[in-house]
Design a protein around this ligand. Structure first.
Ligand code: 13P
Length: 251
C-alpha cells in the first residue's frame, strides 16, 4: 500500500458548456468505471458546479471549484462563499492558482485566508504554488515557493494537512513545456522538507500534486517520483480519454 493515495484533479479553467460538460463527464465516468486506485476530481466553473455534481452521481469522481471567497458572506458583490459551494456538492476548492495570483492580484495573505475559509467550511483546499520563468532563471524558485507555502503554514501545519498542495511552475502551464521529472521532484522534495520542519506527520501524509502540461504520455514518469502524489491537470482534463489515461497513470 502506497504511503499516500494518489490524486488527480482536472482544472477546466473557464471552459465548458452545458452540452460539453455532459459529454465530458459521461465519457470520463465510463472510461473510469470500476477505477478506484486513485482519487479523481474535476474542478468546473462555478456556474456549472450543480450540473457537474449531478453528472458525477454514481461515479467516484469528486467535484471541485476553482476559487472561493475568503469571506463567509455579506457585501462582496460577485463573490461565492465556501458554504455556498458546499451546498452544491463541492468537495475540493483550488486556491491561489497562478492565474488568479497573476491576473486577479491574489496575494499570499489572501490565498492563506481563502485556504482557511475552505477548511472552515469542511471542504478540502488545493493550494497552488509555483514560480515564473524569470524567478526560476533568477534562482528564486525555492524562495518564491517558500513564501507561498509559509503564508499557509503560518495557519498551523495541521491546517495545511487538511488540504492538498499543488506545485505548478508557471512556465509549464499551458505551454506544453512540462518540468522534467528531476525539476519537479526537486521542488516537491523541497516543499515536503519545509513542511517536515513543522510537522513530520503532516509532511508524511500531505499530498503534493504536480501541475503544468501533464499529459497521458508524461504522467506516469511524473507520478512515479517519490514526492509527486498525482497531478493538477488543465488542458488535458478537457478530453475524457486523455484525462482518464492520466488518472490511470496514477494507479
Ligand atoms: P495545463 O495542464 O493546461 O498546463 O494547466 C495546468 C494548470 O494550470 C492546472 O491548474
Amino acid at each position: 500500500m502506497a504511503l499516500r493515495r494518489k490524486f488527480v484533479a482536472g482544472n477546466w479553467k473557464m471552459n465548458g458548456s452545458l452540452a460539453a460538460n455532459g459529454e465530458l463527464v459521461a465519457g470520463l465516468a465510463s472510461a473510469l468505471a470500476g477505477f478506484d486506485a486513485a482519487d479523481v476530481a474535476v474542478c468546473a466553473p462555478a456556474l456549472y458546479l450543480p450540473q457537474v455534481a449531478e453528472l458525477v452521481k454514481g461515479s467516484k469522481i469528486a467535484v471541485g471549484a476553482q476559487n472561493a471567497s475568503e469571506y463567509a458572506g455579506g457585501a462582496y458583490t460577485g463573490e461565492i462563499s465556501c458554504a455556498m459551494l458546499k451546498e452544491f456538492g463541492v468537495r475540493y476548492v483550488v486556491v491561489g492558482h497562478s492565474e488568479r495570483r497573476a491576473l486577479f492580484g491574489e496575494t499570499n495573505a489572501q490565498v492563506a485566508a481563502k485556504f482557511a475559509a475552505v477548511l472552515a467550511a469542511g471542504l478540502v483546499p488545493i493550494l497552488c504554488v509555483g514560480e515564473t520563468l524569470a524567478e526560476r532563471d533568477a534562482n528564486a524558485t525555492e524562495a518564491v515557493v517558500a513564501g507561498q507555502l509559509d503564508a499557509v503554514l503560518a495557519l498551523g501545519a495541521d491546517k495545511l494537512g487538511g488540504g492538498v498542495v499543488a506545485y505548478e511552475p508557471v512556465w509549464a502551464i499551458g505551454t506544453g513545456k512540462t518540468a522534467s521529472t528531476e525539476q519537479a521532484q526537486a521542488v516537491h522534495a523541497f516543499i515536503r522538507a519545509r513542511i517536515l520542519a513543522q510537522s513530520i506527520n503532516v509532511a508524511t501524509a500531505v499530498r503534493i500534486l504536480y501541475g503544468g502540461s501533464v499529459k497521458a504520455n508524461n504522467a506516469q514518469a511524473l507520478f512515479a517520483c517519490p514526492d509527486i502524489d498525482g497531478g493538477l491537470v488543465g488542458g488535458a482534463s478537457l478530453q475524457a480519454q486523455e484525462f482518464a489515461a492520466i488518472c490511470k497513470a496514477a494507479a
